[in-house]
Design a protein around this ligand. Structure first.
Ligand code: 5AD
Ligand code: SF4
Length: 480
């Protein structure tokens, strides 16, 4: 049966027409000037943003821009993140810089999009302090980029004053998914594939549900068709992306599950590796664990954000699992996939966190034996329930816990490192090593890096490598 979501074909057609119209305009300018226009994208934040930037890149290339690696470009775009305060501050720093650059580059366009733009206060600040910005859009309407560029150029052509040229298009939420627009990807042999957008979980510290909107899943058929065409294009590894991949399919009619989707992807000839990110412990089903256990293609890595080891705090965080159920989940996963590598996200200094709560977190870290973890100091996000809690933690207490947690994680990583020393394992060769050109760098199924001597014609291949020596975060290997 065909599963239906909210795919909008009419919008896709309209946008493709605008892309073609702009392309004709840019081609004729190129014929006159002989100089191709350049673009540069600065991406902040998570894998979802990186994937969005690839889509933006696809549209810009189709219009006729070529990519350049500095902000000295005809079109500069900042794809922003707002999950923590420091991500916002970095963007303002970059905007100050690009504003000065723009003064000496007539015709340059500056655009800003992403999660931060879904917040009214950030947009007001940009309108007031960075009036040279040309285009502002959000997380829900990336597919409209060509239309926004066209509007901005038209504003100039009809002679609007500088202050009225800024184009702002922000949507609060959407249930629309626009398929089949131009696309781009960083590596020819691996690709990110969105499967679900948005998040319905409302963890009490997190701004994501407010800036990325309600959960909406892509149709299974659209995902499978995209992966098949990626395979035809040389892709061997896919990373399925969603704020909570385990919620996949809940809003489809009829409903589908993430485990079901994985089984369908597994059947695609030519796909060698399947990764996914991120999993919410409350939704990770036994069915999924069984599928992972039986699979030949699902990679042996699971990112399972725990946030805190204290059941008391998890409740206030609205995570909907306990310390015990998290540990039980880990036990069942390790049973099904014994050589799995587990990684996590942990927040320290959440409002009201006591020393006892924190010790529970350290206890879980010790019991699970994570391969690595992202650790975050709690950051107050306006609009979230936690921001209004009156028991915020002193900076020095939070910092002290952060350092102790980091040291516990380092011990855990050190214990996990070297587990596969002297084994022969398959490596997807990704690139020439950035520090030493004689070496290639690739990844094991469990996501660990391997550096080894080899010819760069191997890039994109999956080959067996002998893991000669563990260096903690990577192995030195030998090609067989
Ligand atoms: N403060 C600190 N860390 C946060 N995260 C999300 N919101 C906050 C916040 N307000 C972390 C969580 C999440 C990761 C992507 O970012 O650990 O899993
Ligand atoms: Fe944020 Fe929680 Fe949604 Fe993750 S699951 S994006 S932490 S609200």
């Amino acid at each position: 049966m065909i599963k239906t979501g909210n795919t909008n074909e009419f919008e896709a057609k309209k946008q493709l027409d605008i892309i073609n119209e702009l392309k004709a305009r840019y081609d004729s300018e190129l014929n006159k000037s002989g100089v191709q226009k350049t673009y540069h994208i600065e991406t902040f934040g998570c894998q979802m943003n990186s994937r969005d930037s690839e889509k933006i890149s696809g549209i810009l290339k189709q219009i006729g821009y070529i990519e350049t690696d500095t902000e000295d470009a005809d079109f500069v775009l900042y794809n922003t993140c707002t999950v923590r305060e420091n991500a916002n501050n970095r963007v303002y720093g970059r905007l100050g810089y690009v504003g000065r650059l723009k003064k000496s580059r007539p015709g340059m366009l500056v655009a800003i999009c992403g999660c931060m733009m879904q917040e009214t206060t950030a947009v007001e600040k940009i309108k007031n302090s960075y009036p040279f910005v040309d285009i502002i859009f959000g997380t829900h309407n990336i597919f409209k980029l060509a239309e926004l560029i066209k509007t901005r150029l038209d504003n100039e052509e009809v002679g609007r004053k500088q202050s009225d040229r800024m184009v702002i298009d922000l949507w609060k939420d959407t249930d629309m998914i626009v398929e089949n627009l131009p696309n781009d990807r960083k590596y020819p042999f691996k690709a990110g594939v969105n499967i679900i957008f948005g998040c319905n979980n409302y963890c009490s510290y997190c701004i994501v549900p407010y800036v990325r909107g309600r959960e909406r899943s892509r149709n299974i058929k659209d995902i499978i068709d995209e992966i098949k065409s990626l395979v035809d294009d040389g892709v061997k590894e896919v990373m399925l992306l969603g704020q909570n991949v385990n919620s996949y399919g809940k809003n489809l009619n009829p409903k589908a599950s993430f485990a079901e989707l994985l089984k369908e992807i597994e059947k695609i000839d030519g796909i060698k590796r399947i990764r996914f990110m991120t999993s919410h412990p409350k939704d990770l089903s036994q069915e999924l664990i069984d599928v992972m256990g039986a699979s030949k293609k699902i990679c042996k890595h699971l990112h399972l954000p725990m946030q805190s080891g204290s059941t008391r705090l998890l409740k206030i965080m609205n995570r909907k699992y306990t310390k015990e159920s998290y540990l039980d989940l880990v036990r069942r996963i390790k049973n099904a996939v014994p050589d799995i590598s587990l990684t996590t996200d942990i927040i320290v200094g959440f409002p009201g966190e006591t020393e006892e709560d924190f010790l529970e977190t350290l206890d879980v870290v010790r019991k699970v034996g994570f391969d690595s973890a992202f650790t975050f100091l709690y950051s107050k996000r306006t609009g979230t329930p936690a921001a209004n809690m009156d028991n915020q933690i002193e900076d020095d207490v939070a910092k002290d816990r952060f350092d102790r947690l980091l040291s516990e994680i380092q011990d855990s990583s050190a214990r996990a490192a070297g587990r596969d020393e002297h084994k022969v394992l398959e490596v997807l060769v990704e690139e020439v090593n950035s520090q030493n050109e004689a070496l290639l760098t690739g990844r094991l199924s469990n996501n660990m890096l391997v550096h080894f001597e080899g010819d760069k014609s191997l890039i994109g291949e999956i080959i067996p490598v002998y893991l000669q020596e563990s260096k903690g975060f990577y192995y030195i290997g030998r090609q067989l």
